[in-house]
Design a protein around this ligand. Structure first.
Ligand SMILES: Nc1ncnc2c1ncn2[C@@H]1O[C@H](COP(=O)(O)OP(=O)(O)OP(=O)(O)O)[C@@H](O)[C@H]1O
Ligand SMILES: O=c1ccn([C@@H]2O[C@H](COP(=O)(O)O)[C@@H](O)[C@H]2O)c(=O)[nH]1
Length: 414
């Protein structure tokens, strides 16, 4: 089964409403104007029933009695159809999900829905329409007894689906009691203006590239949005926060607040001196806070670093200092330069190769450097430290090694 994480379907809209609410009638019009692929689950099941396939007898019995066919079978049929009819503009799935477990199952197996179009129609109107339809439709379930049963099942099992998506803000409700034109006029704007959901940043471009049910003119993307989302995504990926919403709320609150984080290399050097008196690299958060306080590093900065890396109760303090440098570094080389200033000897800012590689590993993880690059750079620096005779390296040694590794990499890429 396909999982929603590698969802090839760009857009799924469920169309729900009681039996006779006008789902099929409106879907036909939506499809005509917007070019989505229309999948009526009832129609798919009727076709499967008539095909004489393995489960046709069971499906026939379910339809005849107004019962629901097992979700595994329904979703497999839907998936098969979606694969047979790839459509960048999306899918309009009518009369499904009929119950909450079906909704969850579909979203797990195939894709999250973009929204639910709910056509709300009074019971007496639905009943009248279906009795009229029953005169010519040939549908075994358009009898008064089964119509009433279908309406009852809709209220008991399908309305909870609508409530569920409503809480997620995904329901577009329209009144189904008016004429066909009136209902369509009310629902149409939802297809014209609904913005595509952006599951990830890379998908945004493909959404803009696809044949529009949403034209590029209709989607107004604020110019800053891609950068804001990219930066936010990088922070999330780095921090791997336990509570993504809280992390994001803090992150954006900080951005909006625009309070600059006040931190200097001198403060970090002083912090390093203070913390290096502890016997262990791992200390408590309280120790970190005390040490920062003693060198006048603001608690907002401390909390920021804790959040940045989603650190636990026990903190590897050299890592804390390294991550703190990234708050004020312009780029990777600037951060490395600061490491030499903070951890190096006062006289010459030289660093023992083992210590440097340990510190650098935190920056490498933060910057998501390729392992092969880090390994090659580390080897080059070990050779340099050995050649220097004392196991020490300078920032210039680092720069030289990183430039030659970058050049070597460029040659391989070429
Ligand atoms: N707005 C409307 N006004 C009057 N009649 C309508 C309207 N919409 C649909 N109908 C008629 O009502 C009957 C049911 O409509 P339709 O088949 O679209 O409903 P449905 O919600 O798809 O029903 P089901 O779930 O039972 O398949 C049809 O005969 C259709 O022509
Ligand atoms: O998800 C679904 C949808 C439909 N069924 C069965 O089909 C009939 C007819 O459905 P309509 O949407 O009215 O065409 C319905 O009463 C069910 O028996 C289903 O099992 N699951």
């Amino acid at each position: 089964m396909l999982s929603s994480t590698r969802n090839p379907y760009p857009s799924v809209v469920f169309v729900l409403g009681g039996p006779g609410a006008g789902k099929g009638t409106q879907c036909a019009r939506i499809v005509k104007e917007f070019g989505l692929t229309h999948l009526s689950v009832g129609a798919l099941l009727r076709a499967e029933r008539d095909s004489g396939a393995e489960h046709s007898d069971m499906i026939a019995a379910m339809i005849r009695n107004g019962e629901f066919v097992p979700k595994e079978l329904t979703v497999a049929l839907l998936q098969q159809k979606m694969e047979e009819e790839p459509n960048k503009r999306g899918y309009l799935i009518q009369g499904f999900p009929r119950a909450l477990d079906q909704a969850h199952y579909f979203e797990e197996q195939i894709a999250a829905c973009k929204f639910i179009l709910y056509i709300d129609c009074p019971e007496n109107i639905m009943e009248k329409r279906l009795l009229a339809r029953g005169k010519t439709s040939g549908r075994v379930d358009d009898s008064l007894e089964i119509i009433r049963k279908r309406i009852r099942k809709f209220k008991e099992e399908t309305l909870p689906v609508i409530s569920y998506y409503s809480e997620l803000g995904k329901v577009k409700q329209v009144a189904g009691s008016g004429s066909v034109d009136e209902v369509y006029a009310e629902l149409r704007p939802h297809f014209v203006t609904a913005p595509p959901d952006v599951e990830d940043i890379s998908k945004m471009q493909s959404i803009l590239d696809m044949d529009p049910i949403y034209t590029a003119e209709q989607i107004v993307i604020p110019p800053a949005l891609p950068d804001v989302l990219k930066e936010w995504s990088k922070h999330v990926i780095r921090a791997q926060p336990g509570d993504l919403l809280q992390f994001s709320a803090d992150y954006f609150a900080r951005l909006a607040d625009e309070t600059p984080l006040i931190l200097s290399v001198d403060q970090l050097k002083a912090l390093q001196r203070t913390l290096s008196t502890s016997l262990d690299d791992v200390v408590s958060r309280a120790d970190i806070k005390r040490a920062c306080n003693s060198v006048d590093i603001e608690s907002s900065v401390v909390e920021h670093v804790f959040r940045l890396k989603g650190m636990g109760v026990q903190v590897d303090w050299p890592a804390f200092v390294v991550f703190a440098t990234t708050l004020i570094a312009e780029d990777l080389n600037h951060a490395v330069n600061m490491l030499f200033a903070i951890f190096g000897a006062d006289s010459d800012s030289l660093l023992d190769i083992q210590i440097f590689l340990h510190l650098f590993s935190f920056l490498a993880s933060q910057d998501e450097l390729e392992l092969s690059y880090v390994d090659a750079l580390s080897d080059a620096l070990r050779s340099k430290a050995a050649a220097n005779g004392d196991g020490l390296i300078s920032f210039d040694d680092y720069l030289e090694a990183s430039v030659s590794q970058a050049q070597a990499q460029a040659r391989v890429d070429a």
